[in-house]
Design a protein around this ligand. Sequence first.
Ligand code: FAD
Length: 501
Amino acid sequence: MSCYGSPLYSTSSCFPLVSDALGLAQSHSPHNLSVQSDLKSPSATLHTTPPLPMQSMSDEKYPPLTHQSRIIVVGGGGTIGSSTALHLARRGYVNVVVLDEFEIPSAQSAGFDLNKIAGGAVKEGWRGQLSGEIMKGWREDPVFSPYYHETGRVTGAHRFPEKIAKLRAAYDSAKADGYGKNYEWLDSGEAIVSKIPQLAKGNLKDWKGLWVPDSGWVAAKDTISSVGRELSRLGVQMIFGPSGKFKRPVLSASGKVCVGVETADGTIHKADRVIMACGAWTPSLIDLKGQCISKCWVLAHIQLTSEEVKSFKNIPVLYDDQLGFFIEPDEETGLLKLCNEFSGYTRILHSQTPFGTSHPQDISVPRSHAVHPTDTIPTEGLDDIKYLISTLLPDFQDRPLVGAKMCWCTDTADAEWLFTEDPRWRGLFLTTGDSGHSFHTIPYVGSEVADLLEGKMSAEKQKAWGWRKPTDPNGTGRGGPPPKDLTDVLGWTNGDDEEEV
Ligand code: FAD
């Protein structure tokens, strides 16, 4: 997925470049999960999602936040949500409730994946501090540290002089600022192979590269599982299945305060604070006024033998923003994950009325592999991944691709998070806009959300992450060409729900 253009951690990229710190389909049935219900709405089965705020509860003053406050984290089976529940519980909040359609680790989370790129330093200021806290979490926090692998990373550039110049500028600036003192400029394909001998047969003619030693990868869904175990240990209540699937917020009689949520089965869950951490689903649930556009990226794997897995042990991450990237194979399954690079795909559905609007809108709505397990990826994506393999790992070019799937993120125009109390409804907090680079932040991102709730978020973060006007008419959030829509590409539906595509 193309992460260039993200200023969240650097001026240029989300995970692969120098100054960045950010930077399969296990089908979980939502229906046989342990569900703890709250309060049954008497009229539950009659609701048809009216566009106006529901006024089913008596008007209340906005209650002060205490350690006893009931705080609901919607989407708590995913990346930002699970981290949020963890940090709230660690800060002493004893009434934290996780809601999610899927059991943690949610099979439709963007983090439900073998691995993700992580690590790298950021130069200074609050972003540098944030990066430091994230890396401290990966290195020192027992919930996270077993899942971080500091293999180093090579970011490559080739063919386009401007890409090479940009990579070189990133290297020079890292050296000048001191945080990149261990970085190395790799001036040739041979120099890249010296860092990644497994690329010896690859076509690296005219490649340049950047060696970032304090980077690597993290075992993604295993990390979320680890957070889930810690949430259980800390006594966090978790509700999955239809009673965890958000339908809409419940407002006070004035319509100005969020006092809970209604879920798909009609349950009303009362709350003092509601945190919406539904990732790519958020814009179709709450009207975000165009601040986030959800898109999917694609991934596939090749199966390695145990001997091959051994020969790839500790291989650094290889990232190239034209071809894509791959990460050390999974020791247990022998799967090597590969991703191509492109602008992502939207899935625009018409006449959507997320909560907060009565005007039907065109909104990009995720379609998850967890719900549609026969979906694969567009043919062009498969072709790109095959090209990545034939260029870099030609020994595997005839190996079939397996476990191909799409993975959903939501981009803001400036690639910064949207972390704010909703200006329309007190007590409803939006924690989304992951912009494709948020997995890496899981050890710490929830602390930022806890600060938001406690009114401690710094002015500069409020400015960067607050409610704001969308500014990118193409909705790329990353520069580059506008995304294609899934309806315009072939090969991914495999006959499942064609009419719903
Ligand atoms: P998610 O983790 O998707 O969580 C959303 C949660 O909301 C899910 O659990 C879902 O079940 C739940 N939900 C949805 N609807 C409802 C509802 N109605 N009611 C209740 N719950 C609901 N990031 C990196 O840092 N490094 C990488 O290398 C990297 N690589 C990536 C590669 C690919 C192919 C993709 C697609 C993404 C990659 N990312 C990477 C990005 C990263 O995965 C995301 O930024 C991050 O996981 C998003 O977290 P989130 O919490 O916003 O959303």
